[in-house]
Design a binder for this molecule. Structure first.
Ligand SMILES: *Cc1c(COP(=O)(O)O)cnc(C)c1O
Length: 396
């Protein structure tokens, strides 16, 4: 394949070489079942224990508070459904935000069909949770607050510590979908009063289909998968040792290079944002300028379709993502972009670029040049743009 400029690291990331290296022996050498008593099995068990320790340490948690899953969606589903079930005796009200990932939103919708009530808290024009609205939504029967750490589309980082403090004070459980934040930002479950936290391996240069849910000791939960005693009886099934070892290797790597990775990404991010703002007219930066993930750039461009922009960027070997989901068979623009107050029309003209520390300034330059050319071309074909130009001429 021709060399691509990969700017879709919020969708997934490339596995790091040290992650692959850590995983390989698990396939062919220590391939035993961690539940077996012979040494091939205990080797696997040891690797599993070590991985659990690595993950726990990265969060300030205890190893027995980490439950491995097959990804972020599974962890989100588990956290929300199991809490709802285990605490239904206390109340049936859940609080979340309007900009959660579908793994949380659709789980909440599912629970609404089962007699739960859900409050979807709004966000301001930059995507920051409306804290007053959150406080006002709390009821005596509220059992769970689930708010994402950082948004996957616009990169906005939420006031997690403040939310955690409110939840703790009111005696409500607090879950956070930290899939985008874990490995990118320092997180401490004690400091932030987090009771449950979801993360995913493939968003931090680890393997796909891996992840974990942190569940604070003492919290009532329900088993996700019934069967054997794996994951302390809460998620049965022979452990995915290569995946878990890969996830832990990825976490270890992410935390050890976090500072320099963040610095590199922010430099690329800010360079992109500044060039786009300066050189492409009629655009809007989505998400908070400062409280945003180090690798996230998200813009709306007037008079164009994000999908067309994506396809034309792909022809130039540039991988990005748009704010509308036309490709997935729906014409609805992103719920996140609508929640920050964009019109359907503007939301449809959105583009997300998420960098990694491996990208270069030259790639950013190439991307901006391509974008300028493509956007100009798309606008020249847009009747809306033509009208707009005519009107403006009339005004001047
Ligand atoms: C990617 C993502 C998920 C889903 O994780 P998977 O491992 O792909 O299932 C959940 N939440 C957020 C915020 C994400 O970005």
């Amino acid at each position: 394949m021709e060399k691509v400029i990969y700017l879709d690291n919020a969708a997934t990331t490339k596995m790091a070489p040290e992650v692959v290296e850590a995983m390989l022996p698990c396939f062919t050498e220590c391939y035993g079942n961690a539940s077996s008593i012979y040494s091939l099995g205990t080797q696997a068990k040891k690797a599993l224990g070590k991985a659990r320790e690595t993950i726990a340490e990265s969060l300030g948690a205890e190893p027995n508070e980490i439950y491995f899953t097959a990804g972020g969606s599974e962890a989100d589903n588990w956290a929300v459904k199991a809490t709802a079930e285990a605490y239904a005796f206390k109340g049936k009200h859940i609080i979340t935000s309007a900009i959660e990932h579908h793994a949380v939103l659709h789980t909440c919708k599912y629970l609404e069909q089962r007699g739960f009530e859900v409050s979807y808290i709004g966000v301001d024009e930059n995507g920051i949770l409306k804290m007053e609205e959150l406080k006002a939504a709390i009821r005596t029967d509220t059992i769970l607050i689930t708010i994402m750490f950082a948004n996957n589309e616009i990169g906005t980082i939420q006031p997690i510590k403040e939310i955690g403090e409110i939840a703790k004070e009111k005696g409500i459980l607090f879950h956070t979908d930290a899939v985008q934040a874990y490995g990118q930002l320092p997180i401490n479950v004690e400091e932030y009063h987090i009771d449950m936290l979801s993360a995913s391996g493939h968003k931090l240069n680890g393997p796909k289909g891996t992840g974990f849910l942190y569940i604070r000791k003492g919290i009532k939960s329900r088993s996700l998968i019934h069967g054997g005693q794996q994951e302390r009886g809460r998620r049965a099934g022979t452990e995915n040792i290569p995946g878990i070892v890969g996830l832990a290797a990825a976490a270890k790597r992410a935390f050890s290079i976090m500072e320099e990775k963040t610095e590199k990404e922010m430099r690329l991010r800010d360079y992109l944002i500044e060039r786009i703002q300066k050189e492409i007219p009629y655009c809007r930066l989505n998400g908070d300028r400062n409280r945003r993930l180090p690798n996230n750039v998200n813009f709306s461009f007037q008079f164009i379709e994000g999908e067309s922009l994506l396809i034309m960027l792909d022809m130039k070997g540039i991988c990005a993502s748009s704010g509308s989901a036309c490709t997935s068979g729906s014409l609805d623009p992103s719920h996140v972009l609508l929640a920050i107050g964009l019109s359907h029309e503007i939301a449809h003209g959105s583009l997300r670029l998420t960098v990694s520390e491996e990208n270069t300034i030259e790639e950013m330059d190439q991307t901006v040049e391509c974008m300028k050319e493509i956007i100009e071309k798309l606008r020249s074909m847009s009747p809306l743009y033509e009208d707009f130009c005519k009107k403006n001429e009339g005004l001047s």
